[in-house]
Design a protein around this ligand. Sequence first.
Ligand SMILES: C[S@@+](CC[C@H](N)C(=O)[O-])C[C@H]1O[C@@H](n2cnc3c(N)ncnc32)[C@H](O)[C@@H]1O
Length: 253
Amino acid sequence: MSSYPPILSVLLVQLVVYTVHTALLPQLEPHLGYSVPLFWQMLSQGIAAAAISYAFRFSYWWVLIQLTAPPLLVLGLALNLPLWGFPTILLILLLVFWNVAVNRIPLYLTNRKTSEKLVSLLPKKDGITVADLGSGFAGTLREMAAQKPDQNFVGFETAPIPFVVSWVLTKLGPSKNVNIRFKSFWSVDLGEFDVLYCFLSPVPMAQIYQKASQEMKPGGMFISNSFKVPDHRADCVVTVKDGRKTKLLIWKI
Ligand SMILES: C[S@@+](CC[C@H](N)C(=O)[O-])C[C@H]1O[C@@H](n2cnc3c(N)ncnc32)[C@H](O)[C@@H]1O
């Protein structure tokens, strides 16, 4: 992924709004006849930052973060949260949602019904290897591995907390045919896999499909949960009977 981390643009928007607010406030307060409380200043900061982010087509989760972060900060101060609390919370969020901050791929999880449907779509052949590109907490892999004990399952995850949690859960779990690796899927040769599953975001789809079609062996299967590949129609689309009518898009390589 070549584009720079979106968190930099997010911080830049907050900085610009803060600078404008700081410049305008001394002009505004004499007209209002009172000094604007910090909470209202930060609420206004959040609304302005969210509006700019929306106008610049940031993803909805960034708009939400832009809106809520400044007033929540003041609320935390008012509640006398210890000062180290803020960086700690920020650090934990960063370690969980690492790939939102770095390459626009959020963490949300494949639901149970979709995992079950995936199991039914796997080739009925022992010994094949299935990879989840960005495996999150690896629930999908553990579900598939339990149902298919004679197949192999590999997850790639680079967000530190999901990696550690999924690694521990997998080691403690009953299935020995799952392996979680702390490695970016961009640096992996996808040729060793028979089936690739991914649930990412619209951003990397063109690039990951191109990588898969260059590296996988003919006959391989590429499955994307929800996200299309621009200019490449899926060979087959399966709709899951879950609340969100999840679509599994399948390409034969
Ligand atoms: C939407 S989640 C899907 C999690 C899991 N596959 C599932 O379906 O439940 C996408 C995951 O991809 C991970 N991710 C994003 N870019 C990655 C990369 N380059 N290498 C490995 N993991 C990545 C994110 O950290 C996140 O956990």
